[in-house]
Design a protein around this ligand. Structure first.
Ligand SMILES: *[C@@H]1O[C@H](CO)[C@@H](O)[C@H](O)[C@H]1NC(C)=O
Ligand SMILES: *[C@@H]1O[C@H](CO)[C@@H](O)[C@H](O)[C@H]1NC(C)=O
Ligand SMILES: *[C@@H]1O[C@H](CO)[C@@H](O)[C@H](O)[C@H]1NC(C)=O
Ligand SMILES: *[C@@H]1O[C@H](CO)[C@@H](O)[C@H](O)[C@H]1NC(C)=O
Length: 433
């Protein structure tokens, strides 16, 4: 009798498990939606300016990425020249510089960690020369620092540096990553056998889910198949563009390409315009400050791409700006976007995005070759005309105007960006309500 009951309970559990598994692609939506956002503060164009048609759709719903991921990735600085020493020293440096405490918690190994062939059992194996202690031991080390470990594979036959890819090995590789204690997977797009991304990326989602370990799933199909349109059901973030490089031309063009998909980002799934180049030497201080400001405002992953063991004071200052990080990590999770342009080829730009508490993040970005005065009008950022705001400058760390109304202007150096928070004064909107 007792045994029968046990069997029945077992059946029930199996049934529940089955229902659970079949709900894999069912979405949940987080409340509240933006519909009721700041009625008397924002004009009706607000919802057109900040189209949030996919906002809050937790398609993948693995409990991760409620705000964009933060951390470090080996590729932009080290490329293939990595080893376990560098990864450990990076984890140490993230802690000792205070970056870890600010939220940079993923330590992500990119391509080249793996041996060029699988072992006889068909498993991936870490390169014996560069990762002699193995990934499990590295994960333990990184976890011991209170950080998380990310790894890399490819939705194809080989990775871009011609190590074994994971296509048709999704379950085995996901199990292996989970057994090592991996917390994050960047999944690349080389040697993809001409199979469409929509077919190649979901199997790894399901394999990761089946491991039972929460593993952040970062899709990297370079934006080729407009992933914003479908990847919300598949991953926690999706690259929208080709690889960034450490130049002003690359950074600006990628910011623009990524901007197109703003309506599709939200808690649970983010557009990914690629990792940061701040600190790698190819751009000026002002250009890096603009890069970091726009990535933060656009709710991009903040994955540091320089050698954090050896940063200049300026690099550390940019990366550790708490107020800018707070914009990126704001609980509302709406991607800011380009809302107004002026000047030659539209080089004097206003980027803006809603923040929690009826506030706005505003960037004045001067992409012109000369200093320029850039004006954000209330119409372009979606504020009602009579609203008074206080303006806080996040690079100067102070309120620079207590009471701005109808527009706000500032002189911005060439290739620099100013980043502000506009906080509407309660008096001005309760008077209108
Ligand atoms: C590990 O990699 C770093 C960065 O490329 C390099 O400077 C260092 O010599 C390497 N160490 C070993 C033991 O290979
Ligand atoms: C697996 O997917 C289900 C359904 O979306 C989700 O509730 C669960 O948290 C996921 N588990 C993991 C480990 O990602
Ligand atoms: C960097 O990116 C820009 C813009 O996409 C491109 O024109 C340039 O060739 C790239 N440079 C390198 C070194 O890859
Ligand atoms: C540290 O960075 C500087 C450039 O900022 C470079 O010249 C120097 O070689 C680096 N040192 C090490 C040990 O990597």
């Amino acid at each position: 009798m007792a045994k029968q009951i046990q069997n029945k309970t077992l059946l029930m559990h199996l049934l529940i498990l089955f229902l659970y598994a079949s709900s894999l692609t069912v979405s949940a939506r987080i409340a509240p939606l933006l519909q009721n956002y700041g009625n008397s503060i924002f004009r009706s164009s607000f919802h057109t300016i900040y189209d949030t048609s996919n906002y809050g759709l937790l398609h993948l719903n693995n409990g991760l990425a409620l705000t964009p991921q933060m951390g470090w990735n080996s590729w932009n600085f080290f490329a293939c020249n990595i080893n376990e020493t560098v990864i450990k020293e990076t984890a140490d440096a993230l802690v000792s510089t205070g970056l870890a405490e600010l939220g940079y918690n993923y330590v992500n190994i990119d391509d080249c960690w793996s041996s060029v062939i699988r072992n006889l059992k068909g498993d991936l194996v870490p390169d014996r020369k560069t990762f002699p202690s193995g990934i499990k031991s590295l994960a333990d080390y990184v976890h011991g620092k209170g950080l998380k470990l990310g790894i890399y594979s490819d939705a194809g036959a080989f990775t871009c540096q011609v190590r074994p890819g994971s296509i048709f090995h999704e379950n085995d590789d996901a199990d292996l990553f989970a057994s090592w204690g991996v917390d994050y997977l960047k999944y690349d797009n080389c040697y993809n056998l001409g199979i469409p991304p929509k077919k190649r990326y979901p199997p790894m989602r399901d394999a990761l889910n089946d491991t039972g370990r929460k593993i952040f799933y970062s899709i990297c199909e370079w934006g080729v198949d407009d992933p914003a349109l479908w990847a919300g059901k598949v991953g926690n973030s999706w690259r929208t563009t080709n690889d960034i490089n450490d130049t002003w031309a690359s950074m600006t063009s990628i910011a623009d390409l990524n901007d197109k998909w703003a309506a599709y980002a939200g808690p649970g799934g983010w557009n990914d315009p690629d990792m940061l180049e701040v600190g790698n030497g190819g751009m000026t201080y002002q250009e890096y400050r603009a890069h970091f400001s726009i990535w933060a405002l656009a709710k991009a992953p903040l994955l540091i791409g320089c050698d954090v063991r050896n940063m200049t004071a300026e690099t550390l200052e940019i990366l550790s700006n708490k107020e800018v990080i707070a914009i990126n990590q704001d609980s509302l999770g709406v991607q800011g976007r380009k809302v107004q342009v002026a000047g030659i080829d539209g080089c004097a730009q206003v980027w803006a995005g809603p923040l929690s508490g009826n506030r706005l993040a505003i960037a004045l970005w001067n992409r012109c070759s000369k200093v320029a005065t850039i004006t954000a009008s209330w119409a372009s950022v979606g504020l009602e005309s009579g609203i008074h705001v206080s303006v806080r400058d996040l690079w100067q760390h102070k309120v620079i105007k207590g009471d701005a109304v109808s527009s706000f202007s500032a002189q911005v150096d060439s290739h620099d960006a100013h980043l502000y928070i506009f906080t509407p004064s309660t008096a001005s909107y309760s008077a209108q309500a």
